[in-house]
Design a protein around this ligand. Structure first.
Ligand SMILES: *[C@@H]1O[C@H](CO)[C@@H](O)[C@H](O)[C@H]1NC(C)=O
Ligand SMILES: *[C@@H]1O[C@H](CO)[C@@H](O)[C@H](O)[C@H]1NC(C)=O
Ligand SMILES: *[C@@H]1O[C@H](CO)[C@@H](O)[C@H](O)[C@H]1NC(C)=O
Ligand SMILES: *[C@@H]1O[C@H](CO)[C@@H](O)[C@H](O)[C@H]1NC(C)=O
Length: 326
């Protein structure tokens, strides 16, 4: 979420109740299985190396490290943070037929949706809040009260987090590991702009830059891309280490120029506007304001409701409704 949090906010995802204990159990199962798998794989790898001659193995013992994904300018996308995607396995397809889906990581823990999307040749960006405490996530009880600042304006159940706290960073590091485990191509860490808000922790832009560098390093180590959410003041310092921007409301706030630095650097701006009528019928004038604002050439614009559900309209007038779990 951005500047004045009331009007916008990806924390739309925040309104959803986190998936249940069953999820946690399933996930533990997956983790255990994977850990055993990796341990076996590594053990086997080492064993073979030990038993073999000095000749180089044609295959490295680790899974092959692929390059971090760099999406192109004008990449098409859809973002859904308040609902769980649903794909029919009998006849797999997804609407709209865009290149990228940005989805709430915690809502899809007990599903294979990310792998299903990959099979459909889609890239997946996994959303989580990096700068705010939400009480209903599976790891919420790990946060300490002393790491929390003020309540977020417009999102009463969330609190700003002390982003310099090693404890907070540890939890976020675990979240990034989880994203990697789920197969996410990239992460979309939200609430990087505490410094613009009455956060109660005296968060500075320097701290926000340092925090983003921390998150970007972790993501890179897992071969995942990372986006900068809003936070225009950080762009000069972090443009080189992030692969895309996720922006809310630059047209409505008349500050698209800041984000166009991404386009010049060959990186996409995944741009969301929340015009009135979204979810039903957006008037031509409102659509025009969202789609033809100053300095937004090359942006990947979607028009959405604030709750970021399955409904989307694009600047060419196309509307779609992604299949989600009821
Ligand atoms: C941007 O992508 C859309 C499809 O999503 C395509 O119709 C359009 O031509 C592209 N624009 C440019 C400048 O490549
Ligand atoms: C899945 O798709 C198949 C084939 O199109 C259809 O027969 C079936 O009813 C669908 N299942 C659900 C749950 O929608
Ligand atoms: C995941 O868990 C939620 C909450 O228990 C449940 O509603 C949903 O159906 C589950 N999804 C799958 C694919 O099991
Ligand atoms: C935030 O965390 C750092 C590191 O633990 C600590 O030094 C600082 O006092 C904390 N800030 C607030 C406002 O509690």
């Amino acid at each position: 979420m951005a500047v004045s949090s009331g009007d916008e906010g990806t924390a739309g995802g925040a309104k959803i109740v986190d998936v249940s204990r069953r999820t946690a159990l399933t996930l533990v199962g997956i983790l255990v299985t994977l850990t055993i798998g990796v341990a076996l794989g590594l053990g086997l790898g080492f064993g073979l190396n030990h038993n073999g001659s000095d000749s180089q193995s044609p295959n490295p013992p680790h899974p092959t490290a692929s390059a971090t994904w760099q999406p192109a300018v004008n990449t098409s996308w859809q973002i859904i943070l308040s609902q769980e995607l649903s794909i029919n396995h009998t006849n797999p397809s997804i609407t709209p037929d865009v290149e990228v889906f940005d989805i709430d990581m915690f809502v899809h823990l007990n599903t294979t949706i990310i792998h299903d999307l990959h099979k459909l040749d889609k890239k997946v960006i996994c959303y989580f809040s990096a700068g705010s405490y939400e009480p209903f996530r599976r790891d919420s009880d790990k946060f300490q009260d002393s790491d929390m600042g003020n309540v977020l304006d417009g999102w009463e159940d969330e609190k700003w987090l002390n982003i310099t706290s090693p404890h907070v960073r540890g939890i976020m590091s675990d979240r990034i590991d989880l994203a990697a485990l789920l197969g996410c191509d990239a992460i979309d860490p939200d609430n990087m702009d505490g410094y613009l808000n009455d956060n109660g922790l005296d968060i500075t832009t320097d701290e926000a830059v340092d925090y983003l560098k921390f998150l970007a390093d972790k993501a890179k180590a897992k071969n995942m891309a990372i986006g900068l959410k809003n936070a225009p003041d950080l762009i000069p310092d972090v443009l080189d280490i992030v692969q895309f921007s996720v922006n809310e409301q630059c047209a409505a706030q008349d500050n698209c120029a800041s984000f166009s630095a991404f386009i010049e650097a060959g990186k996409p701006v995944f741009h969301i506007e929340y015009p009135s009528g979204a979810g039903r019928n957006i008037a031509a004038s409102a659509s025009k304001r969202s789609c033809t604002a100053k300095d937004m050439a090359g942006f990947s614009t979607v028009m959405k409701e604030l709750k970021l559900d399955a409904w989307v309209e694009y600047c060419d007038g196309t509307r779609a409704y992604t299949n989600v779990v009821d």
